[in-house]
Write a protein that binds this ligand. Structure first.
Ligand code: IVH
Length: 669
């Protein structure tokens, strides 16, 4: 074989395939058939196999080529992926700015304004410029490893381009949004319908469905695109503002939305929002609002987060999509906590691209306030992922035949009494063994964000319960395959899979287990705080009210609910049953929400990338303290340029001395 000629062919094929990828994905104008494309890819793959030393992370073969997966691996994000607080009016935007000014103690803030893409968030890891791993957002801490599928996105560089502005960092997390443009989305749906498949409801669902395909070959034929808009942990370089981050990403070859603009003050942000609103229809991709971000990264760090959203960013949402339909019935559902929720069953209607046939009416007061009756014509709305709700009744359409709603006096599931506790809007079923509550409880226990037991959805939970095989979640661990096979429609194979999935869930992360228990007021976030603070189930179960309220973010109501849960005999029995079944939540190192608790820092000399105030904010945000002089209890002395006598003191006392760069690394920046 002529090696020279082969190597040239490798280089040519890479260029030819890149060109056809662009024609297919970006310009939506393929010039060759799929079969011809596959032939070129195969030729390149064969040549690369023959010359492994010519392997390149940038080769188009790296974008497809992995065998289908059975399940995605989970991926722990090195730094958490937050979500955004929403604003629906100019007043809320002004309030956001006011809050930041107050906290920062300044009277003007510069922002970066960005279109809010309607796709799904991803986190990409690049090590020394090479794309190594990528994942979906998941719950913000853990996502799904979709590396192979991300590689199929032709506009995503597998290797960062060198740029004059910044060197390529040793490690960087890059955040962005995977989406599908409107036109390719319609074509994809036409193709699906021709092939007898269900069309996707909207581009966002199509993007999510495509990225979460176990077979990356399927993903590679979906018109996925990506925009990058931020970074997480970075090692090796330092950024000082968000604009610089975006410019750098673009310089490295990442697609960055060209409509992103700096805005000198909040009024420019509002103007930007109005301007983008008028362009929305004509954009080739869907957006659902505008995101405002404080430009100064040190200020971002100082502002920190509230719950899962940063204080320094805001999603300004376009008004919710609305539609008109009629109410066929109002039914009552019973939730995990026994709450009765009225639900409107409607004539199906398309609301902003999604077919909707149910809307929550929240509670009886809400039904009465809005005066919603069966037979009414109503306006409903849907904003983002929120469950659709009834906005108002169109009274002019009333005929007089409409029927008023009344909350039933007995639980629709178990016929027990329904009560409304003082001070609460909710009606509850009094029976703690109400089948509806228990079924819901088991479904919650097995759900994705909780124990994540595959194959144990709503239907199977209800089936197991109705067959009296289980009455609480701990019973799951005593089920046998034969019992499952005896159940309706549980084939041998799926019974085996379910038993394995249940058994695999015996060592859950502590926070997932706490969340799975379904303690009132304990959502995913609170469960994480409890796990980090107590470290084990034993500690949590022994906690007193003061131990619980000592945790930032846990108030008396949540604390009382946790205490009540672990005092209830039935729950104590269930906990024992878990123990007997060998369910052992994994202990966690106790960090509290302050990984630097107990650490003290002394700064000396001039810092290049931050003011003393910024440094203070970083330390305090992580729970540490700053002192002005070196003592025996100082943990670190951070030395900038021209350090003073504190450095000498640290040296002579054997205190650990670190550079500004080390400090930032330590802080995960
Ligand atoms: S920044 C802490 N920028 O909106 C900052 N998010 O509601 C987190 N999104 O999960 C994200 N366009 O999926 C940011 N230009 C943009 C965005 C954007 C769309 C999505 C993203 C995020 C969600 C939060």
């Amino acid at each position: 074989m002529d090696k020279q000629a082969d190597l040239k062919r490798i280089a040519d094929l890479r260029k030819i395939i890149d060109y056809h990828n662009k024609r297919y994905y970006q310009q939506d104008a393929p010039e060759i058939s799929d079969a011809e494309y596959d032939r070129l890819m195969k030729e390149l793959q064969d040549l690369e196999d023959h010359y492994p030393e010519k392997h390149s992370a940038e080769s188009p073969t790296q974008r497809v080529g992995a065998a289908p997966l059975v399940k995605f691996a989970s991926f722990n994000h090195p730094s958490p992926m937050f979500s955004l607080a929403n604003a629906f009016s100019n007043e809320e935007i002004i309030e956001f700015d006011g809050r930041i000014k107050r906290l920062a103690g300044v009277n003007n803030i510069s922002y970066i304004a960005e279109p809010k893409l309607d796709g799904l968030a991803v986190n990409l890891i690049y090590e020394n410029g090479i794309f190594t791993r990528g994942a979906t957002r998941g719950d913000g801490t853990t996502g799904e490893d979709v590396t192979q599928n991300l590689k199929t996105i032709s506009s995503l560089p597998l290797k960062m381009k060198k740029s004059d502005v910044k060197t390529i960092p040793e490690f960087i997390e890059i955040r962005g949004e995977v989406y599908i443009q409107k036109e390719p989305f319609h074509k994809l749906n036409l193709r699906r319908m021709k092939e007898g498949e269900e069309p996707f409801a909207n581009p966002r669902n199509a993007a999510a469905g495509s990225l979460r395909q176990l077979d990356s070959k399927i993903t590679s034929r979906r018109p996925l695109n990506i925009f990058l808009y931020g970074v997480g942990n970075v090692r090796g370089i330092v950024f000082s503002n968000h604009w610089e981050v975006l410019q750098t990403l673009s310089g490295w070859g990442f697609p960055v939305n060209s409509l992103i603009k700096p805005a000198d003050n909040i009024l420019s942000c509002i103007e930007y929002f109005e301007n983008i609103s008028t362009q929305r229809e004509n954009l080739p991709y869907e957006i659902d609002g505008v995101v405002l971000k404080v430009n100064d990264l040190a200020l971002q760090a100082a502002l920190g987060n509230v719950s899962r959203s940063p204080r320094w960013a805001l999603a300004c949402k376009f008004p919710a999509a609305q539609a008109t339909t009629t109410i066929k019935d109002i039914i009552v559902g019973v939730g995990r906590m026994g709450t009765l929720t009225p639900v409107a069953i409607m004539e199906p209607v398309n609301v902003g691209g999604v077919m909707v046939s149910r809307a929550t009416l929240h509670n009886e007061d809400e039904v009465l306030k809005k005066d919603v009756r069966v037979g009414d014509t109503v306006v409903i709305q849907r904003a983002g992922d929120v469950i659709p709700e009834v906005v108002k009744v169109i009274l002019e359409k009333r005929t007089g035949k409409e029927k008023e709603f009344k909350m039933p006096g007995k639980c629709p599931e178990c016929n027990s009494d329904v009560v409304r506790l003082e001070g609460e809007v909710a009606h509850r079923c009094v029976n703690i063994s109400c089948p509806a509550q228990l079924k819901e409880h088991i479904r919650h226990f097995a759900s994705r964000g909780a124990m994540d037991i595959e194959g144990l959805g709503e239907k199977v939970s209800a089936q197991l319960f109705d067959a009296k095989l289980i009455t609480d979640p701990a019973d799951l661990y005593f089920l046998s395959k034969d019992q499952l096979v005896a159940l309706d429609r549980q084939a041998e194979k799926s019974a085996q899979n379910l038993i394995e999935a249940i058994s695999k869930s015996k060592k859950p992360p502590l926070d997932k287990f706490i969340y799975a228990l379904g303690i009132r007021h304990v959502g995913e976030r609170t469960a994480k705080l409890l796990a980090a603070h107590f470290g084990s189930m034993e500690n949590l179960m022994a906690a007193q009210i003061e131990d619980l309220t000592a945790i930032n973010e846990i108030g008396p109501e949540i604390a009382a609910s946790i205490l009540e849960f672990f005092h209830e005999h039935k729950n104590i029995d269930v906990m024992k049953k878990f123990n007997n079944a060998g369910v052992t939540p994994q202990k966690k190192e106790i960090t509290g929400n302050a990984p630097w608790r107990g650490k003290s820092f002394v700064f000396t000399g001039t810092m290049d990338s931050m003011s003393r105030n910024d440094a203070k904010a970083i330390v305090e945000n992580l729970g540490g303290t700053i002192h002005s002089s070196v003592t025996k209890s100082t943990t670190y002395v951070v030395a900038g340029s021209d350090p003073g006598s504190k450095l000498e003191k640290a040296k002579s006392s054997g205190i650990k001395i670190i550079s500004e760069e080390d400090f930032l690394k330590l802080a995960g920046r």
